[in-house]
Ligand binder design. Structure first.
Ligand SMILES: [Zn+2]
Length: 357
């Protein structure tokens, strides 16, 4: 492989990781915005970045849109039905409620729509997006790179109004270490909410905070399962035998890319799902998934939209391409069937080029 701009050296990648560690250790996290910003930048790098060392130009509106998605389900009361808890919207700031949460909550009360995907088509959404983008610009983008008593612009600079440029090598590192960045940001986010005294009465003894913050609601998954059954029949995507009890499986494992995208879901036997676990799927499955995603792109998008999920087939394909490229890099193994695995080698790339991804 030749690169127009070479990827960062191993040394530079280690420097990136240690700066990220310092940012978490020494940064000032008065609100949860910086966690949301890291997650947003890592997701955008996976979806829009390249596997070389080039910089990546983003807009504050693109990042603002990610913030709305992240805070959408957090802008409703948590704690309903938990013993010892009194329901309320979690406080995401050490002072008054975080402005993004208030803006999203007010929008959801005023405009009763089920998901940010549906909301995006409405004219009112533009005003919300402008407000959120402004807050993102004035707060986390301004303060993120201040830590340890100094400013270290190792992640991005801001070349013009409304622009954010990931520096050369940063998109590469965010793509390569995406699961690690996500895990760090999420666990610190959960810790921040638990550490805020004003959330204690809302949290009570509940222990599903991470699920509430980041997982797709069960009723959305139920809508998706019904739709996929009608579309593809009640059979397991992996072994292709009929199903009675259905699991919905993340084709690219949730552990690797923890965001719910409609085209990334397939139906599977609970046994096949458990056996595959957090592995990538082997080549025959990948080829079938690419073919199916292309052929049924619009139908799956329609089902996903009714379940309130992100529905761009191209995004799912890019994430799959990235997931397998990471595995090629690191000598990963892919699951074929119970107890059978295959080394992910360069030939997996051909599946993508053959299907035009
Ligand atoms: Zn099966």
């Amino acid at each position: 492989m030749t690169f127009a701009i070479p990827p960062p050296s191993a040394e530079a990648q280690l420097t990136f990781l240690s700066k990220l560690q310092r940012l978490f250790a020494e940064g000032d996290f008065t609100a949860t915005y910086k966690y949301a910003l890291l997650i947003s930048l890592a997701d955008l790098a996976v979806e829009l970045g390249a596997d070389d060392g080039s910089d990546l130009l983003l807009s504050t509106r693109q990042i603002g849109d990610r913030f709305i998605q992240l805070y959408w389900r957090q802008a409703v009361p948590y704690g309903a039905g938990h013993s010892g808890a009194s329901p309320g919207i979690l406080v995401q700031n050490n002072g008054t409620q975080a402005a993004v949460v208030s803006a999203v909550a007010a929008f959801r009360v005023r405009i009763q729509v089920s998901s940010p995907q549906v909301a995006r088509a409405l004219p009112e959404f533009q005003a919300l997006l402008a407000t959120v983008a402004q807050t993102v610009s004035a707060q986390p983008l301004t303060y993120m790179q201040n830590f340890g008593g100094a400013t270290d612009e190792f992640l991005f600079d801001r070349p013009g109004a409304g622009q954010v440029r990931l520096k050369p090598g940063v998109a590469y590192c965010l793509r390569r270490f995406q699961p690690l960045v996500q895990q760090l940001a999420r666990s610190h986010w959960v810790g921040h909410l638990k550490g805020n005294r004003r959330n204690h009465v809302i949290l009570g003894a509940a222990d599903d905070l991470e699920e509430f913050l980041f997982a797709t609601p069960r009723q959305s998954l139920a809508i998706l399962v019904d739709g996929l059954k009608r579309l593809e029949g009640a059979k397991c995507f992996y072994c292709e035998h009929g199903l009675n009890t259905v699991d919905v499986d993340h084709f690219i494992p949730f552990a690797q890319y923890p965001r719910d995208l409609a085209h990334n879901f397939v139906l599977a036997h609970p046994g096949c799902n458990r056996s595959k676990s957090d592995s990538l799927a082997a080549k025959p499955h990948l080829e079938r998934w690419l073919e199916r995603t292309r052929r049924l792109a619009d139908d799956i998008a329609e089902i996903g939209a009714s379940a309130g999920m992100v529905v761009a087939a191209a995004v799912s394909q890019q994430i799959a391409r990235w997931g397998y490229a990471s595995a090629i890099h690191s000598g990963g193994r892919a699951w074929l069937a119970a107890g059978r695995y295959d080394l992910v080698d360069g030939s997996y790339q051909d599946c993508f080029s053959n299907s035009g991804v």
